[in-house]
Design a protein around this ligand. Structure first.
Ligand code: DAH
Length: 342
């Protein structure tokens, strides 16, 4: 045993003398002090040594281990210090070099405007709710008074996923869901994506964003709808805008209407933006149809309500004079970087 210990010591002395750098000392450390190294091996062999000799041999091995560890650690620390000193010596910092500008992400313009719209409605007492993008025919159509063969279904080319399931064609799918679970007064807005199987052009896309809103209570009238819309539009466009209601048809409202504002570009004189009409179409709205209230377990004899649905892309196009809806999804940074806030 003693011979083995001496041999190991000599081998180590030789190795350590050759240690010139950090890499080498790390190899030595691994070689001698690892779990499978020679010292551990000697420890294992200790059990074969006659018991009267065992304590003495154990001490030799331990002394050798302590000595090796000390020497290795000493050199290890020294090499690390040397290496750091060298690094510092060679490092130069040119403080005249320009800094690297970090690129910060930002919210997409559609998200920024969505947030802005929701804020306006929140300030006016509407709470924000979310409906599912994938929904049943019932909530997207039937509960909204579109029967199976209703011709108005053709106005909304639908992506069907499986019989009875579809990608919602509008965020109005929130209406019956909320009415089923909440009791009047209900005053909510529901933002989200809507999907239609349309040809993609500068004016239409297969998906876009809408905000649906509705208010149900006792004695809600057309005047409430008008006041709510006027307040919202003035806030959004930053000035009072002249509005008009034009009769229109949606199965879930009666009467139904479209809301126009005086053209922002020509103030009504007639231009390309308003197709010489002096007016811009902004959103659809109306008084909630009694059948829809009934589908939501609300008694139309007691309660009434208004609803509206607006297209977010359209509002952004108008507010910023953008001509092509496809820009929103092409993700060209030159376009998106124009809106810095958010
Ligand atoms: N859901 C309709 C659409 O996508 C928009 C709409 C019109 C919503 C009238 C309404 C409404 O709530 O009252 O074309």
């Amino acid at each position: 045993m003693q011979n083995s210990i001496d041999a190991l010591k000599r081998e180590f002395d030789c190795d350590i003398q050759n240690a010139k750098d950090l890499k080498y000392i790390e190899e030595i450390k691994l070689k001698y002090l690892s779990k499978k190294g020679p010292i551990q091996q000697l420890m294992k062999e200790l059990k074969d040594v006659p018991s009267e000799k065992r304590p003495e041999c154990g001490k030799w091995i331990n002394d050798l281990k302590v000595a090796i560890t000390e020497q290795v650690e000493l050199l290890h620390t020294r090499f690390i210090e040397e290496e750091e000193a060298n690094l510092l010596k060679n490092e130069t910092i040119d403080i005249t070099l320009p800094g690297k500008r970090r690129f910060f992400g930002r919210k997409h313009i559609i998200t920024q405007v969505l947030d802005e719209l929701l804020n306006i409605f929140s300030e006016n007492g509407f709470s924000v709710q979310y409906g599912p993008d994938i929904d049943s025919d019932y909530y997207n159509f039937e509960a909204l008074n579109f029967s199976h063969d209703h011709p108005a279904r053709d106005m909304q080319d639908t992506f069907y996923l499986s019989p009875g399931m579809l990608l919602r064609t509008h965020t109005s799918n929130i209406q019956a869901r909320i009415m089923e679970t909440e009791k009047p007064p209900i005053r909510i807005v529901a933002p989200g994506r809507a999907y239609r199987n349309e040809t993609i052009t500068a004016r239409s896309h297969v998906f876009f964003h809408q905000i649906e809103g509705f208010f149900v209570d006792r004695g809600v009238t057309f005047a409430d709808l008008r006041a709510t819309m006027d307040a919202f539009l003035a806030k959004f466009f930053g000035k009072d805008v002249e509005t008009r209601f034009r009769p229109s048809y949606f199965p879930f409202v009666e009467p139904g209407l479209e809301l126009d504002i005086r053209c922002l570009n020509c103030a009504g004189a007639g231009c390309q933006l308003c197709k010489q009409t002096g007016w811009l179409e902004i959103l659809g709205a109306g008084m909630i149809h009694p059948e829809v209230l009934k589908n939501g377990d609300i008694d139309p004899e007691v309660f009434s309500g208004f609803a509206f649905g607006l297209g977010v892309e359209r509002l952004v196009l108008l507010k910023y004079g953008i001509k092509d809806i496809r820009l929103f999804t092409e993700n060209d940074l030159r376009f998106l970087k124009q809106w810095t806030s958010g």
